[in-house]
Design a protein around this ligand. Structure first.
Ligand SMILES: [Zn+2]
Length: 232
């Protein structure tokens, strides 16, 4: 029976080889999700080592954040885009967990992120959640929480309106709209906590800004931000 199982698994592997989620080449036996070459080539920012990094500077003056960073540079057509595409649209939540683990390993060595005691993913609107079946920021948040030994809550924040139609509005107008879009589901969970808010890719930062404001209004002591990637 065991042999049959092994044979079947080998045959499936032959017909549908495990491919690297970043470059699409077949993975070797010991490689998992991302090939060694791609892992080696990933464009790490090392922002966890620098409090005054470009992500933090982008958000300066907009809200009182404790720390902000992104692990990788996001460039169109590059490997990081493939990884995030697979996580977001191809159901590859294990890619999110793996990258979240890598991110958590970095954050736990960073003094800027010491004392984080709750990890929260940026929520999706429930319609989008139903359509996609999962929130792509959740496995990232779980991977971070695993490494940092902290709690991770999925439904602490609620996104109450879809935001696609807002893309044509000015950044300020968009921010105004976004502010009303998030509500706190479990306010008592936030009081006095250092909360780490997690997103997949940071672009304008408007979504994170609106979420962080809600958490601070609900009594969070500090809010920090970490994302997988930063769109330059
Ligand atoms: Zn690869």
């Amino acid at each position: 029976m065991l042999m049959v199982k092994q044979w079947t698994s080998d045959l499936i592997g032959l017909l549908f080889p495990n491919l690297c989620n970043a470059c699409g080449t077949a993975l070797f036996h010991k490689e998992k999700l991302i090939c060694i070459k791609c892992l080696h080539d990933l464009p790490f920012t090392d922002y966890h080592l620098h409090a005054e990094n470009r992500v933090a500077k982008q958000l300066w003056g907009r809200l009182p954040l404790h720390a902000a960073m992104a692990m990788l540079y996001f460039r169109k057509g590059a490997k990081v885009q493939n990884l995030i595409h697979n996580l977001k649209y191809n159901g590859k939540t294990d890619v999110g967990l793996l990258l979240g683990n890598m991110l958590g390993e970095r954050l736990k060595t960073s003094p800027n992120y010491s004392g984080v005691n709750l990890v929260i993913p940026v929520p999706l609107h429930h319609k989008k959640l139903k359509q996609r079946g999962y929130n792509q920021s959740m496995p990232i948040a779980q991977g971070i929480a695993e490494q940092m030994g902290t709690e991770c809550l999925e439904h602490a924040l609620i996104r109450s309106a879809a935001t696609e139609s807002q893309t044509k509005k000015s950044r300020y107008k968009r921010y105004e709209n976004m502010q009303a879009v998030f509500t706190v589901a479990l306010p008592r969970q936030f009081i006095g906590k250092h909360i780490l808010l997690v997103d997949d890719v940071i672009t304008t930062g408007a979504t994170l800004e609106a979420c962080a404001n809600e958490l601070l209004n609900a009594g969070a002591a500090k809010v920090s931000i970490a994302a997988l990637a930063f769109a330059e």
